[in-house]
Design a protein around this ligand. Structure first.
Ligand SMILES: [Zn+2]
Length: 54
């Protein structure tokens, strides 16, 4: 499972309909709205993910 970086929902890589690639990494989304939000401001969401790991 992958985590939707926008809403933090778990998304299956196999069934995900909305994906995007950013800096060589693939991201999965639960809905087109999440994909759009990420593409508009990817650094914001990636920063949030990094902060959660610590
Ligand atoms: Zn989502």
């Amino acid at each position: 499972m992958a985590t939707d970086p926008v809403c933090k929902m778990l998304v299956s890589e196999k069934t995900a309909k909305w994906t995007t690639e950013y800096k060589g990494r693939k991201y999965y989304f639960c809905a087109p709205g999440c994909k759009k939000a990420f593409e508009e401001n990817p650094e914001k969401y990636l920063k949030e993910i990094e902060e959660e790991k610590e």
